[in-house]
Design a protein around this ligand. Structure first.
Ligand code: OAD
Ligand code: ZN
Length: 247
């Protein structure tokens, strides 16, 4: 059985990478992007060029950001996040590489030196000009008071959620850490990602080329399924609950 094969791979792992996408957080009530009802089945994403060149796009981006934040406030790590954290604690998973910006891997107890957030972090904002960090609550007050896209309190520059948009440069250090972990991995676990966003989706291939076993656990098929050693097509919370250490 596939579940037995999965258990055996995890049992042998010493330097696994858990590579997560939005599918690991749907069990916490946060919608993914590309499933029916996902965020981008309703709205096209606002890319980086549009954000910087149009005040209306910036307004729209902040409006969407606060709407989703309101809808997901209080989201807690689910059993899949807890299982990943526990596998890190047990020394089986050496690095958690996530495309998610929701902070739930950190909240589930994965230490910062094991966690690589490839697409940034949606829990604060930064100035695109001077890098100054801003609290979302402050940004929101200013936005709601004036209706104008928020400006930096330090340099009056453009402030953006600390996440990576399409067309925006990837964080160099995070990418380097992710490739290093992929190349040292004995097992590479894809957890809830459609694997269509690059460069993140090159990581499973890099890991397998370097000798890792590749497992893809996702509700829907992905383009890399035929390349994987094991494909598990179900709900991640169900799959990982036995490893979460819950009674
Ligand atoms: P997607 O929405 O593209 O894919 C999520 C995948 O998870 C889908 O294929 C679902 O079938 C699957 N899924 C959802 N819930 C699941 C569950 N409970 N159990 C198992 N599978 C489940 O999200 P990502 O692949 O993360 O980037 O998207 C990658 C990037 O696209 C995101 O990081 C985001 C977006 O652009 C940025 O914002 C920069
Ligand atoms: Zn600034």
């Amino acid at each position: 059985r596939k579940i037995a094969a999965f258990r055996a791979l995890l049992g042998d792992a010493r330097s696994a990478v858990a590579f997560s996408g939005a599918g690991i957080s749907t069990g916490s009530g946060i919608p993914d992007f590309r499933s029916p009802g996902g965020l981008w089945t309703e709205n096209r994403p606002i890319d980086f060029d549009a954000f910087v060149s149009s005040p209306d796009m910036r307004r729209e981006a902040w409006r969407r950001k606060f709407t989703i934040d309101d809808a997901t406030r209080g989201a807690r790590p689910n059993a899949a996040h807890l299982a990943v954290a526990r596998l890190v604690e047990q020394g089986r998973v050496a690095a958690v590489v996530t495309q998610n910006i929701d902070g739930l891997h950190a909240a589930s107890g994965v230490p910062a030196d094991r966690l690589i957030e490839l697409h940034g972090n949606g829990t604060y904002a930064t100035c695109l000009d001077c890098g100054l960090r801003h609290q979302l609550d402050d940004i929101r007050l200013a936005f709601e008071a004036t209706g104008d896209p928020p400006a930096c309190r330090g340099c009056n520059g453009m402030v953006k959620s600390a996440t990576i948009s399409f067309g925006q440069a990837m964080p160099v250090e995070a990418m380097e850490r992710a490739y290093a972990a992929a190349e040292e991995a004995d097992l590479f676990l894809v957890l809830g990602s459609s694997l269509v966003v690059y460069p993140a989706a090159t990581l499973p291939v890099a890991a397998k080329r370097a000798g890792a076993q590749l497992v893809i656990a996702n509700r829907e098929p992905t383009d890399l399924d035929t390349y994987a050693d094991l494909v598990l097509r179900g709900d991640l919370v169900e799959l990982l609950r036995p490893y979460a250490g819950l009674a």
